[in-house]
Write a protein that binds this ligand. Sequence first.
Ligand SMILES: NC(=O)c1ccc[n+]([C@@H]2O[C@H](COP(=O)([O-])OP(=O)(O)OC[C@H]3O[C@@H](n4cnc5c(N)ncnc54)[C@H](O)[C@@H]3O)[C@@H](O)[C@H]2O)c1
Length: 437
Amino acid sequence: MTTRRDFLKQSALLGAGLTASPFFIKAGGAGIGANDKIGVGLIGCKGMGFGDLGAFLRNPEVECIALCDIDDEVLNQRAADVEKTTGKKVKNLYKDWRKLIDNKDIDVVIVGTPDHWHCLQMVAACQAGKDVYCEKPLGNSIEECNIMIRAAEKYNRVIQVGQWQRSDPHWQDAVNFVQSGQLGKIRTVRVFSYQGWCPSIPVKPDEPVPAGVDYDMWLGPATKRPFNRNRFHFTFRWFWDYAGGLMTDWGVHLLDYALYGMNVTAPNSIMASGGKFGYPDDACETPDLLQTIYTFDDFTVLWDHAIGIDDGAYGRNHGLGFVGENGTLVLDRGGWEVIPEKVNGKMRMEAVALKKSYGGGGLNLHVKNHLECIKSRNRNTNASVEIGAHIAKFSQLGNIAYRTGKKLTWDGKSFHDAEADAYLTKHYRAPWELPKI
Ligand SMILES: NC(=O)c1ccc[n+]([C@@H]2O[C@H](COP(=O)([O-])OP(=O)(O)OC[C@H]3O[C@@H](n4cnc5c(N)ncnc54)[C@H](O)[C@@H]3O)[C@@H](O)[C@H]2O)c1
């Protein structure tokens, strides 16, 4: 179907994870030889970005050239942490990320900022000739994701999106089993993220901007409003201006494997229901419980999330269940197993006992894959910009269905519904502008 083919080019998205590349580009494109040092700069140092930098620094060719954060306390703490690990002082500490982009010693920019910054910072880094490790979800709107694909292509940059499960080998083993057909016809894929450890956040009053914080630069393109701690470090993800709640936060990691396993890209329809059922009066805007149903020709993908409870499915708090007529393959960060169907006392297939993750860390392997691709100028990283954009958009569809309360169809460009189409792009606060690529 033309409309669905438009959604994205299947082959570039699905098997791409750990397989051969369709995108080989002339070696040496960035002027980095196999034995050269690779200069890295990190924007957004508090949480995952710092974890990413740690994984880069486990590789001897990597040098940390600069750190950037709008919060002095975070910046100084992280500078001290890097010095302790590497024995070297970080030469450049910036509060304005544009200075880091201008630094000629930096080959790779890690974007570890909240989601509403990813597009501007990744595109600027591409324009400056840097390769980028960009945290997930790639963009904060469907339009941003499209722009980011175009920027990576136009400036020929090697991008790795922080979906590190794409480099963790047991996920690939599970996909191979699903695709072997042994489960029989798969009728649904249950994809769930139940985050018991995530607390409710009580409403707090606005307060003066803390000393040492450049709040205007934290907000960037987002709507101006008084400083409120609930909307700042880490918990920004529960507010629509900056992110998309668990639907996009965990959705991109897990739904990615539902589509990869089922070898599909675009659903026929999307509908969602949920709300602030657990904590109706707390500060979060995004739902603490949400179910989204993506319908394909003859199966569904069910997204199911909750905050403050851990009992997802199959005794796990996150993962996927590929529910086949012979058995269900259950997959999470810890490993995978197959639970056979038992009907009228008869097993329809052999059980597969839990095959644990190989250990060794998907994140480390993911960063190694990025470094190898940077050296060979191979744009087909394990989580390429195309893979990251596709699943960020797919997850956004769930939020748009929830926010409109409608059963939607999507042709890759439009919902043909004015209310839903209004969510395709995000308003940028001046002087920031959506990049034009
Ligand atoms: N791949 C994963 O497994 C994974 C896990 C957690 C988070 N993430 C992603 O990482 C990103 C950051 O999440 P987090 O939980 O680490 O957030 P965080 O709030 O802990 O850290 C973000 C940091 O960015 C800084 N920052 C904000 N705007 C900035 C700007 N304009 N310039 C410089 N610094 C700026 C903040 O001050 C803060 O230190 C999110 O997109 C999130 O989805 C990915």
